[in-house]
Write a protein of this length. Sequence first.
Length: 70
Amino acid sequence: MELNHLSKIDIESFLNNNEINRDSLEDMIKLDNGYWISRSDIAYEGFCNCERDKCVDHDDKVWIMPKSCV
């Protein structure tokens, strides 16, 4: 199973069976696209502030969490 298709329960089960630091799971959040990202990788959170009136395929501006490397 690919990482982007794992649920939090799947990851917790993996951690329990593999003795990995459970604290690292608490630092992860699942994005709308299904991918997981570490909170430390997020530069900031907020509504998109581009020059458009609304985001593509949306009726309004969307909440974004860009990675700090972007």
